[in-house]
Design a binder for this molecule. Structure first.
Ligand code: GDP
Ligand code: ZN
Length: 455
């Protein structure tokens, strides 16, 4: 018999309303003991999902809140079990006292992601759908949420099951042949296999490739702002962030520590790092700052190289050019409000993306906003759930694609049916890990460990 679990589902800070979820076989009995509907009757007898107003009781029976509560009768609930949701006032005292009352009546503290894990185990959603729930809780942009919502609804799972079914059918055909070794193998069978395996391989690699952008969608990208002292790095960060954070000063070399700011540029979340100005210096403290700036730049997926367009290119600027070589970089020619003194042709020779802005007046910022998603390949996408955002799924997809490709090669060479079957089965197993049709318990456990308690 399964336990009955309970957890606070809303955040740790006090809010107007707090939500506690309960799931498991004892839910209805426990709910009746701690909640009295106004006007009488038992909460457990109410229809599913109907909010009922009433009194909430602490362990000692005293009324600690007047609030809303509802039950959801199995199997029509998130977990597939009997569930209750208490929507009380959001003071941490009320929430913890209510949780204590639930525990006193037989419920246990839910572990991280345990509600969703139960939903997965009850077949309410496949594993890729369950993982999308975590994406939804942590979505930083509307587009990330849109993609995750479609995946929670089964967008990845149904695509994977479709491909998996083709492979399962193919293996069945081959196994039928293997069972009669004396018969001549029809060459049509290999031709047919080649076509199926070729298409499956392509589809799997295509899906796996979406992960590069999926990761950006989910996690955002680290972006270092590099440039010589006084080029306007801190000003640019502030202009992009839309408010004052870094200290802007006209004394060169004062930004010695790396300052981070997370901003949203359309669909892209940027983790911006304002770094120390790059210049040749003997000052040991400044050297450390420059060292840190270089490390930051190395770890960044995008660099904004800032130049002062009111001044000519200096040796320090040449250092910036050299250090950004081979990295995805946008050259930002700052101070466009001042007369230009910069040799722009030289800059253009080194950078594919060059843009003039003024951190002071805001000129060119809109263009920079539009350029950034394009440079990182995040423009013109659709967020219908076809973007893989999950590292585990991406790795399984690559493994599935590789095994599929190996099966294709075996079929093309007309090798024994066994060879084709072995690799096709490897691909089927890898796909089963994504949907959860064939996945080890310990892997499932680590997936839900990452979730928050209450989800
Ligand atoms: P950093 O050392 O690269 O971080 O440069 P700061 O952001 O501290 O800016 C250096 C100086 O340039 C400050 O006096 C800023 O006010 C000035 N500055 C920055 N951006 C602009 C700009 O677009 N136009 C003008 N006229 N001055 C700017
Ligand atoms: Zn600065």
């Amino acid at each position: 018999m399964s336990t009955t679990i309970a957890a606070i589902a809303t955040g740790p800070a006090a809010g107007p309303i707090g939500i506690i979820r309960v799931s498991g076989p004892q839910t209805l009995a426990i709910a009746d003991r701690i909640f009295t509907p106004q006007g009488g009757g038992a909460l457990s007898e109410r229809p599913s999902r109907l909010l009922t107003y009433g009194a909430l009781h602490a362990r000692d029976g005293k009324v600690i809140d007047h609030c809303l509560c509802c039950v959801m009768h199995a199997p029509n609930s998130y977990t597939g079990e009997d569930m209750a949701e208490i929507q009380c006032h959001g003071s941490p005292a009320i929430l913890s006292e209510t949780l204590a009352a639930l525990f006193a009546n037989g419920a246990q503290q839910a572990g991280p992601g345990e509600f969703t894990q139960r939903a997965f185990l009850a077949g309410k959603m496949d594993l890729s759908g369950a993982e999308a729930v975590h994406d939804l809780v942590t979505a930083a942009t509307a587009q990330a949420a849109e993609n995750a919502a479609a995946q929670m609804d089964g967008a990845v799972g149904s695509r994977i099951r479709e491909i998996r079914q083709c492979l399962v059918d193919l293996v069945a055909e081959f196994l039928a042949v293997v069972d009669y070794p004396d018969e001549e193998i029809d060459s049509n069978l290999f031709d047919h296999a080649c076509e199926i395996l070729h298409n499956a391989t392509r589809a799997l690699y295509d899906l796996a490739e979406t992960y590069e952008r999926g990761r950006i969608l989910r996690e955002g990208i680290p972006c270092a702002i590099l440039g010589r002292p006084n080029a306007g790095k801190s000003s640019l960060l502030n202009a992009l962030a839309g408010f004052d954070r870094a200290i802007v000063t006209s004394v060169p070399g004062t930004t010695r520590d790396v300052i981070e700011e997370t901003i949203r540029i359309g669909v892209v979340v940027l983790h911006l790092f304002d770094t120390a100005g790059l210049r040749d210096t003997q000052d040991p403290v400044e050297k450390i700052g420059i060292d840190r700036a270089m490390k930051q730049a190395q770890a960044s997926a995008l660099i904004l190289a800032v130049f002062d367009s009111s001044d000519d290119i200096s040796d320090d600027d040449l250092m910036v050019i050299a250090r950004t070589h081979g990295k995805r970089t946008i050259a930002v020619l700052n101070k466009s409000d001042l007369p230009s003194a910069l040799d722009v042709a030289t800059i253009r020779r080194h950078f594919e993306h060059v843009i003039a802005v003024s951190a002071k007046t805001g000129e060119g910022l809109k263009e920079l906003y539009d350029l950034i998603p394009r440079v990182v390949g995040m423009d013109g996408m659709s967020y219908d759930g076809s973007i893989i955002t999950n590292a585990r799924q991406a790795a399984a997809l690559v493994r599935a694609a590789e095994r599929c490709e190996a099966a294709f090669v075996a079929a093309q060479l007309g090798m024994t049916p066994d060879a084709v079957v072995m690799d096709a089965e490897g691909a089927i197993a890898a796909l089963g890990e994504i949907t959860g049709q064939a996945v080890r318990d310990d892997i499932v456990a680590t997936i839900f460990d990452k979730f928050c308690v209450g989800k």
